[in-house]
Design a protein around this ligand. Structure first.
Ligand code: XIL
Length: 627
């Protein structure tokens, strides 16, 4: 028995990079395949006055494709009816191959949904460069989450109206993996700290998504459904269908609701800034009065409707521009109404939703120049009597940023003001610049992401006296705004993966800190472990280690060693180069954490498997010094 372990483990002397798969995703089920080899259009029709026919002049596979010609407008092109094929709540993957007949254009794939005569359009695959010299794949996904009496997928272009071919269209889905019912619920993990929330849309309240949301979160933020473009698309005509559905779900599940957002420079319809004659407003007294009266009516209708239900409102969003001497963003709001738009928004929100806490919300508030401009504005407005209760820190970060210390400084800065603080939109992109793109998230990025989540949540916990809510901007990696921002690529910024399974990032923040570390001399190692069972008597675990230099001098380059007591195996390590030989494990520094100054620590960790039992190692050595 012992020997078997040794052999298996010896084979594992390598830098481990195996992904941890808590549950295996099922194979995709393809519901439509159109290759046009039957010489029919297989249900595809023209969307406008254009023409759609089968062609043998070019093909991606076989000898036939679909040819779209005679397009008089960029929105014309081939369309396929999906109403009876697509089921609500299932996430479908779309794929089509396209090629221009000649020249070049940008093509995209979208879904049109209609309900009782009102259309809405969702992009499935964004603008993609296509030429006449090769086939290009358009692919993306879509979940039907609303009532529909018309549903179709189509390919159109951005601007140009050239002829193009389409071939090998497929529509498929992966049956949902059940969520993990046996892992700690985040709202219980943070029960003594702060409510924990997720930004949601209608897709997040259905099926397994809804179960995941209800299990872990005791706060929700409608991510788009309360914005101006959703609630008052044209003047005086309000629409609350999506917001009502989300609010009902939250109330039913005892979740707090954050309202986002009453005033923003984005997702605000053009009519808001048009003057009485329908022309873009210029900064006149009349236009200012008109704009502020529209703002007043909007807030009365939206915040008033959910008075008593919504406990916190992002009254204004992203009003700071740290590059202006006065720190104020030159939005249409500001150009026409000056600071009065902020004053009016808070005053009216307080009047119609007196029990809601009122927030000013912004991104990059960890950046000192921006933080300080925000501080200045909030101090000024509060001393003028504007009813601002709190500051919202969006906290859109990435695997390397922001640091714990600047996050700590950000929170500390606002403490003397006596305001509440909330983390309102946290996510941690796996990318560090807009040039990167990975088809699937690399293990080392997920590991760095877990460390970033851990470090930032540690800071939040230290500030729990000042933080009244922490919200993630999304529920799971299958639906994140970062898939299209700042560029189109698959991102994975949240705590649950695309199959709704807990990631290392989840374990990094859900872990229960474990007993006192062993110590003596110049080093200390704290070993924290989360263990789970996948079959009787065996399972996996995530271990987090904090290595502290307790000596007088910096440690410059280190190797940590320990031995497993029960045949455990490291399957994936992070923040160090991990090797295992038999029971012996070694972790050597990366270049970026080679130096540990006196009294400082580095945090490293790994995922492992166990069988029988999973005792903690009983001793640790750093550079052959026992800790
Ligand atoms: C994002 C939504 O998540 C997207 O679906 C939408 O297309 C654009 O807006 N800061 C904010 C949020 O305050 O409102 C933004 O939400 C993300 C950045």
């Amino acid at each position: 028995m012992r020997k078997r372990y040794l052999c298996a483990a010896t084979a594992a002397v390598l830098t481990l990079s195996l992904g941890l798969l808590p549950a295996r995703a099922a194979d995709p089920i393809t519901v439509i395949t159109n290759d046009f080899e039957s010489a029919t259009t297989q249900g595809w029709t023209p969307r406008g006055s254009d023409l759609v026919e089968v062609s043998t002049a070019a093909a991606h596979g076989g000898s036939h494709s679909l040819l779209s010609t005679g397009r008089a407008a960029s929105w014309e092109g081939p369309v396929l009816d999906l109403l009876t094929t697509v089921e609500a709540g299932t996430r479908y993957t779309f794929s089509a191959w396209v090629r221009m007949v000649s020249g070049s254009a940008q093509l995209r794939m979208s879904v049109e949904r209609r309900w009782q005569g009102t259309p809405s359009y969702d992009q499935v695959a964004g603008n993609t460069d296509v030429t006449g010299s090769g086939w290009v794949q358009l692919t993306g996904s879509y979940t039907l989450a609303n009532d529909a009496d018309f549903l179709s997928v189509y390919v159109e272009s951005a601007g140009a109206t050239g002829d193009f071919y389409l071939d090998d269209f497929t529509l498929s889905y992966v049956p949902p993996t059940p969520i993990q019912d046996d892992i700690p619920s985040l709202k219980e993990v943070f029960a003594d700290d702060f409510p924990i929330g997720a930004a949601i849309g209608r897709a997040e309240i259905l099926g397994e998504h809804g179960r995941l949301l209800a299990k872990h979160f005791n706060s929700v933020t409608p991510g788009n459904s309360l914005k101006w473009d959703a609630t008052e698309p044209s003047e005086g005509s309000f629409s609350f269908t999506d917001a009502d559905a989300l609010v009902d779900f939250a109330k039913h599940n005892n979740q707090a609701i954050r309202g986002h957002t009453l005033v923003w420079h984005q997702q605000t319809p053009a009519w808001v800034f048009n003057d009485a004659g329908g022309q873009p407003m210029t900064p006149t007294a009349d236009n200012k009065a008109l704009l502020l009266s529209r703002l007043d009516s909007h807030i009365r209708a939206v915040a008033g409707r959910y008075s008593g239900d919504i406990s916190a409102w992002d009254v204004v969003n992203e009003v700071i521009d740290e590059n202006q001497a006065d720190g104020l963003r030159r939005s249409r709001w500001f150009e026409i109404a000056g600071l009065d738009y902020i004053r009016t928004a808070f005053r009216v929100a307080r009047e119609v939703a007196p029990s809601a806490k009122l927030f000013i919300n912004d991104y990059n508030t960890n950046v000192p120049s921006k933080r300080d401009k925000l501080f200045q504005l909030v101090s000024q407005l509060r001393s003028d009597g504007v009813p601002i209760d709190g500051v919202g820190h969006q906290m859109h970060g990435n695997v390397d940023w922001p640091s714990a210390s600047e996050t700590d400084a950000m929170l500390q800065k606002f403490v003397p003001l006596g305001v509440e603080q909330q983390i309102t939109e946290m996510d941690i992109s796996i990318y560090t610049n807009s040039g990167e793109s990975f088809p699937t998230p690399p293990a080392d990025r997920l590991a760095r992401q877990a460390e970033r989540y851990r470090a930032l949540f540690d800071v939040y916990r230290q500030h729990r006296a000042h933080i009244t809510s922490v919200t993630l901007w999304g529920l799971a990696d299958d639906n994140t705004w970062l898939d299209t921002f700042p560029v189109t690529r698959k991102d994975a910024p949240l705590l649950f993966d695309t199959q709704l399974q807990a990631k290392s990032a989840y374990w990094a923040i859900a872990g229960t800190p474990s007993p006192t570390p062993t110590q003596s001399g110049g080093c200390r190692v704290a070993y924290t472990v989360n263990t789970w069972t996948s079959a009787p008597g065996q399972g996996g675990f995530t271990a987090s280690l904090t290595v502290t230099n307790r000596g007088q001098d910096p440690i410059d380059g280190w190797t940590l060693r320990f031995a497993f007591g029960a045949g455990q195996t490291v399957t994936q390590g992070w923040s160090a180069n991990w090797t295992q030989s038999g029971a012996n494990v070694a972790a050597t520094n990366m270049s970026w954490n080679a130096v540990i100054p006196p009294d400082q620590s580095v945090q490293i960790g790994f995922n492992g498997t166990w069988a029988g039992s999973n005792p903690n190692p009983d001793a640790f050595w750093v550079n052959n010094m026992r800790c």
